[in-house]
Ligand binder design. Structure first.
Ligand SMILES: Cc1cc2nc3c(=O)[nH]c(=O)nc-3n(C[C@H](O)[C@H](O)[C@H](O)COP(=O)(O)OP(=O)(O)OC[C@H]3O[C@@H](n4cnc5c(N)ncnc54)[C@H](O)[C@@H]3O)c2cc1C
Length: 404
């Protein structure tokens, strides 16, 4: 039984499909290829490309899918409880791969008023918010009025905040042009650290900085968000507080451990992540494995923490070790390294780091699409999506158009 159908859980399930009775339980009915959520926001890709339904993916496979949220695990009885289910589901081998949730870091009002950006529904909500603002802005509004109305803030300038804000900047500028609005939209990124994209090399950072400038994004480093309100937010910079009215504050400031993992009585590190063995087993429970964003794995490049790259690589190890456990073979471990970086920067460019070399621009955007086609689940889905991107193109959908 695999709990969670993300990069860790889904790819483990697919690898084990013909090795036994595999059940995947997941809170959503679809996978989410989160690294392309920015392209979904802009309409460069469609939901079926990056968020295929599990039932469609498992069509040919021997995998049972349960759409439900697991609320608890009884490790002694080897059973899981699923919300709304009277009966508990038994397992022989269990994989915990429930990922994380948005970390609002206890900032006042953030959980209530900020928008998260982790899934398809979040991207739809943000896109609709941008369209609503534009629809309510009359063409004869002054540049000051349009700028005040179309002010959006992104909290966090890691890869996510930079990718999201450049995408929003490009989309809003394009919509201003198409609608003949005067002035400029305003997209702010607020980052409490001194640098953007911490952990990424200087070469890649230079591409990101250039993209932020080109997309007209206003960057505030060493700045802390103190409060989020229904009308905007308050930030503190150099001991001084400033209030900004914003149509939306999008929170990509961090990830914290899932409530399910918090509830379970198993060994964890100081951040609350499951402290797994080098074999991905949970200490004290040889038949329980954990991987991806909910686990702390000892033998990986620290830069990989909390990435799809790590969860994706761990899925192969988890599947191999589960097979070994069932057969009575020796379980293995593996060191994981960074496979490269690929950032989407606005609607026309990207930055890619591969084999130690960074490159940017339109070519990097194409390379990112090609790379991500190869990482999609199942060959059948890869072929369909690859053909769609190749023949139908990946042009963004202007903000005037709502999704059906
Ligand atoms: C917007 C965004 C962009 C990103 N871009 C990149 C990138 O470019 N490169 C990169 O390497 N990483 C990126 N990441 C990080 C990456 O997506 C995660 O590290 C990766 O998804 C972790 O995989 P996972 O399987 O641990 O968790 P997830 O992929 O989050 O999957 C967790 C699954 O568990 C399910 N679930 C949760 N709780 C329960 C429950 N109680 N019961 C049942 N199911 C449950 C969820 O519905 C989900 O299907 C990005 C993340 C986001 C949010």
């Amino acid at each position: 039984m695999i709990i969670g159908g993300g990069f860790g859980g889904l790819f483990t399930a697919l690898e084990l499909a013909n090795d036994g009775e595999v059940t995947l339980v997941s809170a959503e009915d679809h996978f989410a290829f989160r690294p392309m959520l920015y392209e979904y926001l802009s309409g460069e890709v469609e939901a079926w490309h990056i968020a295929p339904h599990y039932r469609e993916l498992f069509d040919d496979d021997n995998i049972r899918f349960i759409h439900g949220a697991v609320s608890n695990v009884d490790f002694e009885a080897r059973e899981v409880s699923i919300e709304g289910w009277a009966k508990r589901e038994p397992y022989d081998v269990l994989v915990l791969a429930v990922g994380g949730v948005t970390n609002y870091a206890g900032v006042e009002g953030a959980e209530e008023h900020a928008l998260p950006f982790r899934g398809i529904a979040d991207a739809d909500a943000l896109r609709n918010r941008m369209i609503d603002v534009l629809d309510r802005t009359p063409p004869d509004a002054s540049p000051d009025e349009t700028r005040a109305a179309a002010t959006f803030a992104v909290v966090g300038a890691g890869a996510s905040g930079c990718e999201l804000s450049t995408k929003m900047g490009d989309l809003l500028h394009d919509a201003f042009r198409r609608r003949g609005l005067r002035g400029e939209p305003r997209v702010l990124v607020v980052e409490m650290g001194a640098h953007i994209v911490p952990g990424m090399g200087d070469e890649l950072r230079a591409y990101v900085e250039e993209a932020l400038r080109e997309a007209g994004v206003e960057l505030h480093t060493e700045t802390r968000v103190r409060r989020v309100t229904p009308e905007g937010f308050v930030f503190e910079q150099g001991g001084e507080e400033t209030e900004v009215k914003a149509a939306a504050v999008v929170w990509v400031g961090g990830v914290q451990v899932s409530p399910l993992i918090e509830r379970l009585q198993i060994p964890k590190d100081k951040r609350g992540l499951v402290s797994v063995e080098p074999t991905l087993q949970v200490p004290g429970h040889a038949e329980v494995f954990s991987l991806g964003d909910d686990a702390h794995f000892p033998d990986a490049n620290p830069q990989l923490a909390g990435t799809a790259q790590l969860a994706f690589q761990q899925a192969s190890l988890a599947a191999a070790n589960i097979r070994a456990l069932i057969r009575g073979d020796e379980l293995k471990t593996k060191h994981f390294e960074v496979m490269g970086e690929a950032l989407s920067l606005g609607t026309e460019r990207a930055a890619v780091l591969t084999g130690g070399k960074a490159f940017g621009g339109a070519l990097a955007r194409q390379a990112r699409f090609a790379l991500y086609t190869s990482r999609l689940p199942t060959w059948h889905h890869r072929v369909k999506v690859g053909a769609s991107w190749f023949f139908e193109g990946t042009a963004p959908l202007p903000l005037g158009l709502r999704r059906p």
